[in-house]
Design a protein around this ligand. Structure first.
Ligand SMILES: [Zn+2]
Length: 45
């Protein structure tokens, strides 16, 4: 799961969720869940 730090705007990869998530770059504790940039693929018929 990718999170984005609301302070330094860096993407932080966290593969588990718990209450103690912190940005490893600046130590900020508020991270926003980043939306996956995967494009929805539609089957062309
Ligand atoms: Zn940060």
């Amino acid at each position: 799961m990718a999170y984005r730090c609301t302070r330094c705007k860096k993407t932080v990869e966290v593969d588990y969720e718990y209450s103690g998530i912190r940005c490893p770059y600046c130590g900020h504790r508020i991270l926003m869940k980043e939306r996956p940039t995967t494009v929805k693929r539609m089957k062309a018929v």
